[in-house]
Design a protein around this ligand. Structure first.
Ligand code: SAH
Length: 470
């Protein structure tokens, strides 16, 4: 980060925009919208600039002259938006001599500040910048945020703003943050966003009264699937809840990128387990979840992939239910689905596979798995936790009648940096994986669908072959 993001007050202050074209007009319009008195310096104005001056009479004034440094005497901020690099450079020089913040349009080198892309939900403003590297990317982000942020977000901010001093009087400083978290993340804010002022007011008053009485408030637990690693694969719900959690308990498989999406002030606690997880590890997790929730915290329990697939999510839900702690489960993209996508393997496909099994790959001791079912044609099996036991898995499948030529794939670190996809036949996949030093986390996918990458022709002939069998 080499730019400091700030919100600068320009209301009723003088600003100068040098240039008379459409870009200059846009910058002047933005400054006028923020309440600044803008001087447009240009010998002549383009049509949009002239329109702006006419429309914003009193806010935007035209100075019909060439640029000269003394025009900056009253300015608090300067924008250079001419199409002459020479004039732009002299504006930048004059501004920096006066220690004035200056932006030269499309010239990072001459600018001391950059104008961000903006989502305006006044009084809430989201500013997005790429530090000059990719303005178009920033603009795309803005479009996404526009879609994501409730239209009445500004109303919610005003609702809170109007009650701040009442809360300040009613609650001790240490209580205020958790109180506002509760208001803004809960039913009250939903009423405000739904434009139901009466209900919002009543709910707010009720919340404040209970809070003041000091009645113990139980927190809650969000059991969140963090997906396979790439933070862009988090669900919107996961993101929203991560943003309001006070405590984050996370596993080994939760990537840094995902953790970075949690609220900055949230306490992060690593509760990763060694393979399989021993009993004490799991009990400690239960204790941590319960104790934080019982002191009123919102606890995000983040698990790799989906919390209910090989994640012991079921046990955690049971423990919380027994203690009367509310729990919200947010599904995540399980590694099997992410790996299939990474390798472009359809887990089911008409005529080739009609069913799929997610199986745990540590098969050493009495596994109780139905290997004959796995070995059947037109069935796909995805083995989790398979790296160390690949030989075992393969030999059991072969023993159960699966052909050595059945296609297989290993996907290592799906969606993470260093992702690798390895393909081969069932007979050779284990030695291939060993030779390539495949390491956890990785998945093994077995089934005719794994050959799909060989193209339509392969699928076609396979389909015909299967028809022949049937
Ligand atoms: N709840 C998780 C699975 C936990 S078991 C889920 O739904 O995905 C842990 C196993 O998941 C690992 O041994 C590995 O087989 C698999 N796994 C998790 N993340 C992975 C990734 N990014 N790439 C490949 N396999 C992964």
């Amino acid at each position: 980060m080499d730019h400091l993001p700030i919100f600068l007050r320009v209301q009723d202050r003088e600003t100068v925009v040098v240039g008379g074209g459409a870009v200059a007009a846009r910058k002047a319009e933005l400054l006028a919208r923020c309440g600044s008195r803008v001087t447009l310096v240009a010998p002549e104005l383009s049509r949009p600039a002239a329109d702006l001056v006419a429309r914003e009479r009193g806010r935007v004034r035209h100075l019909p002259a060439a640029f000269e440094p003394q025009q900056l005497a009253e300015a608090t901020l300067v924008v250079a938006a001419t199409d002459s690099p020479y004039i732009n450079a002299s504006v930048a020089a004059a501004a920096s001599e006066r220690h004035l913040p200056v932006n030269v349009v499309d010239d990072l080198r001459l600018s001391s500040f950059i104008l961000p892309a903006i989502v305006d939900r006044s009084p809430v403003i989201v500013a997005i910048g790429s530090q000059g590297t990719a303005p178009v990317l920033a603009r795309r982000l803005r479009e996404q945020l526009e879609a994501l942020l409730p239209a009445r977000l500004g109303a919610l901010a005003r609702f809170a703003g109007a009650r701040r001093s009442a809360v300040q009087q009613a609650l001790r400083p240490s209580e205020r943050r958790p109180f506002w978290e509760r208001i803004l993340g809960g039913a009250v804010s939903e009423r405000v966003l739904a434009d139901d002022a009466g209900a919002a007011d009543a709910a707010f008053a009720r919340e404040l009264a209970t809070f003041r009485d000091g009645r113990p408030k139980v927190g809650e637990v969000y059991l969140i699937g963090a997906g396979p690693g790439d933070p862009d694969l988090l669900t919107l719900r996961a993101l929203q809840l991560l943003q309001q959690a006070d405590v984050v308990l996370y596993d080994r498989l939760v990537s840094q990128g995902v953790l970075d999406r949690a609220r900055r002030e949230a306490e992060r606690i690593f509760v990763g387990k060694s393979l399989g997880g021993c009993r004490t590890d799991q009990e400690r997790i239960h204790e941590l979840m319960v104790s934080h929730a019982e002191r009123g915290a919102r606890v995000a329990r983040l698990k790799g992939g989906d919390p209910l697939i090989f994640g012991r999510g079921g046990e955690e839900i049971r423990v919380l239910a027994r203690r009367g702690i509310p729990v919200t489960v947010v599904p995540g993209i399980t590694a099997g689905l992410a790996a299939a996508a990474a390798a472009a393997i359809p887990l089911t496909q008409r005529e080739i596979a009609q069913s799929v099994t997610f199986a745990a790959g540590h098969v050493a001791d009495g596994d109780g798995l139905d290997w004959h079912a796995f070995a059947r044609p037109r069935h796909t099996v995805v083995f989790y936790m398979a790296v160390s036991q690949m030989e075992d898995i393969v030999s059991r499948l072969l023993a159960a009648g699966a052909p050595r030529e059945r296609p297989a794939a290993v996907v290592e670190r799906a969606t993470l940096p260093g992702e690798r996809v390895l393909r081969g036949s069932l007979g050779e996949i284990a030695s291939l994986a060993r030779a390539e030093r495949i390491a956890a986390p990785a998945l093994l996918i077995i089934g005719d669908v794994a050959a799909a990458e060989r193209g339509e022709a392969a699928i076609q002939s396979l389909t015909e072959a299967l028809r022949g069998v049937a």
